[in-house]
Design a protein around this ligand. Structure first.
Ligand code: HJL
Ligand code: ZN
Length: 170
């Protein structure tokens, strides 16, 4: 079972996901960026929050970058050293649209003297609905980004994620 702190951040990420407009070709996901050294919330994001075909993790990072006056690709330079990311669904490794996957966005927070995002806490693995098996965890771990599954919220997260999708016949 998730610790009270993990559960609280996962609930916050779920509340973010609830704000996302339903779209049959994606999942509604929410994300929260946290400075684990002092428990400060740095940013939040949800799928399609920012203009364009944007993902939750992408919005979360882009909003934090904007708040610090840097471009999203340079957000790593302004992240506190103990930054972690909570996301209702594991970050994508591939997108049907061909846009840059969130796994790449997370990995590029490293470099230029920055450790980047230290850990990613997710509530569910990505179903194979759109892009088959998600190789994101392996890629993140290979780059030293720890991936931790927070259990106990799976049903609620998937209900939010798939709102607006056609339901298979029972
Ligand atoms: C995560 C999101 C989101 C997805 N996953 N972690 N955060 N929407 O905000 C994953 C799914 C892609 C589809 C469609 N969803 O979104 O695989 O159109 O949404 O680029 O592959 O791709 P686009
Ligand atoms: Zn993504």
């Amino acid at each position: 079972m998730a610790s009270p702190q993990h559960a609280a951040y996962m609930r916050l990420a779920m509340a973010e996901a609830q704000k996302s407009p339903p779209k049959p070709t994606n999942f509604r996901v929410g994300a929260v960026l946290v400075d684990e050294s002092n428990d400060a919330i740095l940013s939040t994001g949800y799928t399609l929050e920012l203009p364009g075909n944007t993902h939750a993790e992408q919005c979360c990072l882009a909003k934090y970058a904007a708040s610090k006056g840097v471009l999203e690709e340079q957000v790593g330079l302004v992240l506190p050293p103990e930054t972690v990311l909570y996301t209702t669904m594991e970050p994508c490794a591939k997108r049907l649209s061909g846009n840059m996957p969130c796994v790449e966005r997370i990995i590029r927070t490293q470099g230029g003297g920055s450790k980047g995002i230290a850990r990613v806490y997710s509530g569910v693995r990505e179903p194979e609905t759109f892009v088959g098996e998600n190789s994101g965890r392996a890629q993140l771990e290979k780059h030293g980004v720890e991936c931790i599954l927070i259990t106990g919220f799976e049903d609620e997260i998937m209900e939010i994620a798939t709102a607006g999708h056609e339901k298979a016949a029972a």
